[in-house]
Design a protein around this ligand. Structure first.
Ligand code: FJE
Ligand code: FE
Length: 328
């Protein structure tokens, strides 16, 4: 059987996408005492259809994101392993005292007003469809600093008021493979012959790549989709081989084409995520965590949240465990 373009490690591309805009994501304060590097969703780039926000977050207890609502979109929380920090931490412990080695769980605990609870650890994924309404808290689960990415994916007008849904995948169950110096974890969509089980209401791809030194990647991206790269570690050359390398914490918006080429010309691994989605082409009316199509719908949402109606019924008598004790 002939291999399809998705199955080979390096398929030929007809028109590779170029980087058309580059942003550095600087730290800013969000939630309660948390720090995020926001790339999409900030003033200069309010919306990259269908993506509303991308935050690289870093939270250390007691900071976090206590009880707050969402309506009209999806939040995708992907916890990152902090391998370098981790190694440093262990060697520090070894040099101090062998008996003092303690593995910190870097994780975020979430709980919502329907009683849905869980902990997302390094490498785990939570794809939450807020739909008509979720009220939840997202707090660090223990000592140490939890790091990850949170992406907000808009829903089409037909899907904004659907029942909330969670898709949770543990790190060990995320489809991953490596070949020719390229390692991929398939969060959504398909790559290198692997398909993610995540169902995306708004068609989305989300790939976590690590390229060893001298590796070269060619990854197809549907031509009609908007796509971007967010860099996490190391330095990579994106889009055009002669262009300068890009370090961590940068958002690279990609122009038109049928895929992306990346080269690692450095001496260390480079890690980045490639995210793409089918644009909705609909008007966006946003008030913080409420994202609808019109101002009228936003007004109705504010009423629903205030009067506990149309999906927010259970918010009336619910406080997260994280908040109990803080109530007056
Ligand atoms: C939110 C401010 C916020 N980025 N990254 C306003 F901070 C949030 C929010 C988050 C968030 C949560 C995690 Cl776990 C990771 C995040 C923003 O919760 F929803 C609003 N409205
Ligand atoms: Fe949230």
């Amino acid at each position: 059987m002939a291999e399809t373009r998705d199955q080979v490690a390096s398929p030929e591309l007809t028109k590779p996408r170029h980087v058309v805009r580059k942003f550095q994501a600087r730290p800013q304060h969000e939630g309660v005492g948390a720090v995020v590097r926001r790339s999409i969703g900030r003033f200069e780039l309010k919306y990259f259809d269908p993506f509303l926000a991308l935050d690289e977050f870093s939270v250390t207890a007691p900071a976090g994101f206590p009880d707050h609502p969402h309506r009209g979109f999806e939040t995708v929380t992907y916890m990152l392993e902090v391998l370098i920090l981790h190694k440093l931490y262990i060697s520090l412990c070894v040099s101090l005292s062998l008996s003092k080695i303690k593995m910190y769980i870097r994780a975020v605990t979430h709980e919502d007003f329907e009683g849905h609870k869980g902990t997302i650890k390094a490498g785990d994924l939570q794809w939450m469809t807020a739909g008509r309404g979720i009220v939840h808290s997202e707090m660090p689960a223990g000592p140490g600093t939890s790091k990850g990415l949170q992406l907000w994916v808009n829903l089409s007008s037909a899907n904004k008021m659907i029942e909330p849904r969670y898709q949770e995948i543990q790190g060990k169950d995320i489809a991953s493979t490596s070949k020719n110096g390229i390692a991929v974890r398939v969060i959504a969509g398909r790559s290198m012959g692997l398909q993610s089980p995540v169902y995306t209401r708004t068609p989305t791809m989300y790939l976590d790549f690590t390229l060893k030194p001298s590796a070269h990647l060619r990854q197809p991206v549907p031509p009609a989709w908007n796509a971007f790269v967010y860099t996490l570690e190391g330095e990579g050359v994106f889009g055009v081989e002669r262009s300068g390398p890009v370090g961590p914490h940068h958002l690279l918006l990609l122009g038109q084409g049928d895929g992306l080429e990346v080269w690692n010309k450095s001496a260390k691994p480079v890690r980045f995520v490639l995210i793409g989605g089918e644009p909705l082409g609909e008007p966006v009316a946003q008030l913080g965590p409420f994202v609808m199509n019109t101002e009228e719908e936003i007004d109705r949402t504010v009423d629903d949240f205030q009067y506990y109606t149309n999906g927010f019924e259970k918010a009336e008598h619910w406080r997260s465990e994280a908040m109990v004790g803080f109530q007056v």
